[in-house]
Every structure is written in structure tokens, then in C-alpha cells.
Ligand binder design. Structure first.
Ligand code: HMG
Length: 409
């Protein structure tokens, strides 16, 4: 076995987009406050028949279509916008994807940090049995009350990460920097569908967690600052990564060149805050768009309000370019359907989870949809897009196999 880490990563997002220029007009705010002040251009909004399950399943389907289900015995679903207080969202995904029954499935929560906890659990499971692979899904819909300072920092999206031995993309290094502090910077009580937040406290709590996690990493023999070639961060808004990273460079006495972080902002500027998925969407952007990554070490900082921080490092595999998904996320972002502010506000008002029986209108173009609530239980179904993408994936796999066969002749 040559290391354990990220074998594949895929992204999915919502059907709609709200341009922050439109919100700026509505709120009478200078659009530069959004584009420059917080570093965001737009955010994804789920259709009425989308939620964390449909987005998570759409991301996971890409991974399963490419790699099959062999060896997957664990599905870890991280979210802080759970759709049931008991049943794990991953169980719905398990059913939609037709995964084998001999799988353990569970949901994890600690604000935006849950996806990183899932990754660490996955690494441990594969370390015990390198023949197993773990499907990690992180999906969230970030919702704040309208007409608040936090409104422009909403978003929606999901990632699926396949963790395996001898990974194609990134080998995760064994030492991580950890930090926990009990802080009331952001939380969502059980009777609310929108988060409560102390914005300024949340920014300083994030920075404290980043510095604290760095100090822990350094004290445990982690890599020196100047041996980390790229950085990605949890990005509630991309300016947050700049603020925190500037503080870290002051802390370690290094130069700060903010242009080095920009590739990791590319997708997040468009999807908004995706909570548990945010850091990993930044990583997906770097893997897709940076052509000089082979052998490079990436620092990955995860923050979840409340608060927990973790700093993980990984080294990009030499032939990672053969396995990346260039163009897929850009195509999904471009395909989103633009909403006016009144249309977005109407969806926002209707967006709270409900146990009342409802039938959802058919809107999404994604492979899975939330069809409604029946007898108090949520129901999901595959759409025509699921069959189409599976057929395309099968054809691509066949072509790749034939090409490999020809190359070997
Ligand atoms: P605000 O009231 O818009 O803040 O709230 P502001 O008035 O200070 O403006 C923001 C920035 O825009 C400032 O820059 C202004 O100068 C600048 P800074 O001083 O910060 O560098 N600005 C302009 N720039 C250019 N042209 C202009 C202009 N006007 C102003 N015309 C806040 C901002 C982030 C607090 C708010 O959006 C919020 O509460 N968001 C939600 C909380 C959040 O995202 N916190 C981040 C850290 S916590 C975290 O990451 C965890 C989280 O993801 C949840 C979880 O873990 O579960 C949230």
C-alpha cells in the first residue's frame, strides 16, 4: 500500500443561481461590497425538488459511475442542514444509488467541519482494511434570514469523495492540527430552518481556530510552512480565507501573496457557502484548474462554527491529471437557471423542511429529485437525467477500457 487518501472527488450544486448584483440592487448596497468586500459573485439556490440528499446523490453518482461500488462498505454523510432528526441522509443516497446492502451508513454533524471528520474516519477505516473504500458525502444548504448581513453568504452544494488506499489524486498525510473551543458564533436551534450568527465573532473564531490548528500541527511535527505549496480553506465567503491566511503568515513570519489563493476561490465565488462541502469544493477547483500540482503539498483548513478547526495536509499524486474532472463543475455552474430576487425570496420562504404531506413540482435537471412527503416521510426518485448520465458514464468507461487495451497491444 502506498498511502491512503482521495481517490476521486466530484461536485454538485443547486438548479438555480442568484446573482449578487441583483441582491445588491434590492438591498441598496454597492455591488463592490459583495465582489470585493466579501469576495462573492453569486450563490446557488436549490429548486423545490432539491435538497442535501439530491445534491449529495448527484455528486456521489459521478464517483460511483466512474469507479463502481466494489469495496465500498461505508457511506459517511456530513451535513448541518439535515432533513430528518433520526434517519441519516446517506441512507436515502444509498437507496438512490443502489449500493450493496452490506454497507454501514451514518450522518455526521459539527457545523461546517463535519466533512473533514468524515474524511478522517474514512482514512481510519481504510487503514484497518486497505481493500475497503469509503464514500464520503458532504452536502448543505446554507440559509440565513433575509434582510440580514448574512443573506449574501448563503449557498448550496455537495461533494462526494472516494477514500481509498493508493489513491489517484491526493495522499493525505498522517499528522493533522486540531482545535476545539466552545464559542457561540453560529448555531441553528432545532426549531429553526435558518442559522443564527454573530458575524464578527464568527470571523475572529475562525481565525483563532486556524492559528490554533496550525500551532498544533507544528507541535506534532507537521510540515514546515514553506514546504506547503498550495492552500485551500473553508470558505463561507472567499474573503474569509484571505483574512485568516494573512493572520497565519503574520503568525509564522512568512510573506503573504493573496493571488496564490485565487484558484481555490473559483467555484466558491459562484456557489456561495456550502458549509460542510465548502473546503472540498475549493480543493476540487485547485485539482481541476492548477496544471502544476504533481507532487505538491496542499494545506487544507476546515472550520466549523461552535467551534472546531482542523488543518490537514496532503501530497498530490504524480499522474493526478489523468483522473481529474476538468470542465464538469464549470458546465454545472453555467447550466444554473437565474432567479430574480422575488423568485429567490419566494423559494427561500418555502424552503423550510416540513413533515406535512406535499408533492413537489418537477423542476430540477439533476439525476435525482425530492418528490415530496407522504405519510410524513420524505420520498426521492431518479429522473431521466440519471439514466442519461449513467449511459454516458458507461460509454466513457468502455472507451477508456478499449483505449487502454489498444495501448497495451
Ligand atoms: P457585513 O455587515 O456585510 O460586514 O457582514 P461589513 O460591513 O464589515 O463588510 C464586509 C466587508 O466588505 C468589509 O471588509 C468592508 O470594508 C467591505 P473587511 O473590513 O472585512 O475587509 N466593504 C466594501 N468593499 C468594497 N467596496 C465597498 C464595500 N463596502 C464594504 N463598497 C459578515 C459580513 C461576514 C459578518 C456577514 O456576511 C455574516 O454574518 N455572514 C455569516 C457568517 C459567516 O460567514 N462567518 C464566517 C466565519 S464563521 C464560518 O466560517 C462558519 C460558517 O460557515 C458556518 C458553520 O461552520 O457552520 C458560517
Amino acid at each position: 500500500m502506498t498511502g491512503i487518501g482521495i481517490h476521486d472527488i466530484a461536485v454538485a450544486t443547486g438548479h438555480h443561481v442568484l446573482e449578487l448584483d441583483d441582491l445588491a440592487v434590492q438591498l441598496g448596497v454597492d455591488p463592490a461590497k459583495y465582489h470585493v468586500g466579501i469576495g462573492q459573485d453569486a450563490f446557488s439556490v436549490p429548486a423545490p425538488d432539491e435538497d442535501i440528499v439530491t445534491m449529495g446523490a448527484a455528486a456521489a453518482k459521478q464517483v460511483v459511475d466512474r469507479h463502481g461500488v466494489e469495496g465500498i462498505r461505508t457511506v459517511l454523510f456530513a451535513t448541518e442542514s439535515g432533513i430528518d432528526q433520526s434517519k441519516a441522509a446517506g441512507v436515502f443516497v444509498h437507496g438512490l444509488l443502489g449500493l450493496p446492502q452490506n454497507v454501514r451508513t451514518v450522518e455526521l454533524k459539527q457545523a461546517c467541519y463535519g466533512g473533514t471528520a468524515a474524511l478522517q474516519l474514512a482514512l481510519g477505516i481504510v487503514a484497518r482494511n486497505p481493500a475497503e473504500r469509503v464514500l464520503v458525502i458532504a452536502a448543505d444548504v446554507a440559509r440565513y434570514d433575509v434582510d440580514t448581513a448574512a443573506e449574501p453568504t448563503q449557498g448550496a452544494g455537495a461533494v462526494a469523495i472516494l477514500v481509498s488506499a493508493d489513491p489517484d489524486l491526493i495522499e493525505i498525510e498522517p499528522v493533522a492540527g486540531l482545535f476545539t473551543a466552545d464559542v457561540d458564533d453560529f448555531w441553528r436551534p432545532n426549531d429553526r430552518s435558518t442559522a443564527l450568527v454573530d458575524g464578527r465573532l464568527s470571523v475572529s473564531a475562525y481565525v483563532d481556530a486556524f492559528i490554533g490548528a496550525w500551532d498544533d500541527l507544528a507541535s506534532r511535527g507537521g510540515p514546515a510552512y514553506d514546504t506547503i505549496d498550495r492552500w485551500v480553506h473553508h470558505q463561507p465567503f472567499t474573503k474569509m480565507a484571505l483574512k485568516a491566511h494573512r493572520k497565519l503568515t503574520q503568525h509564522v513570519g512568512a510573506d503573504f501573496d493573496e493571488t496564490e489563493l485565487r484558484t481555490g476561490f473559483t467555484y466558491n465565488r459562484q456557489v456561495g457557502n456550502t458549509y460542510t462541502a465548502s473546503l472540498w469544493i475549493a480543493l476540487a477547483a485547485v485539482l481541476d484548474l492548477d496544471d502544476d500540482l504533481a507532487g505538491k503539498r496542499i494545506g487544507m483548513f476546515s472550520y466549523g462554527s461552535g467551534s472546531v478547526g482542523e488543518l490537514v495536509t496532503g501530497v498530490v499524486r504524480p499522474d493526478h491529471q489523468r483522473h481529474r474532472r476538468v470542465g464538469a463543475v464549470r458546465a454545472d455552474l453555467d447550466a444554473r437557471v437565474r432567479l430574480s430576487v422575488p423568485e429567490y425570496r419566494a423559494l427561500h420562504a418555502a424552503g423550510a423542511a416540513t413533515s406535512e404531506d406535499t408533492e413537489r413540482p418537477r423542476v430540477t435537471a439533476a439525476p435525482f429529485r425530492f418528490s415530496g412527503v407522504l405519510g410524513g416521510a420524505r420520498h426521492y426518485e431518479a429522473t431521466a437525467a440519471a439514466t442519461a448520465t449513467t449511459a454516458t458514464a458507461a460509454a466513457t468507461a468502455t472507451t477508456a477500457t478499449e483505449a487502454a487495451g489498444t495501448a497495451g497491444e
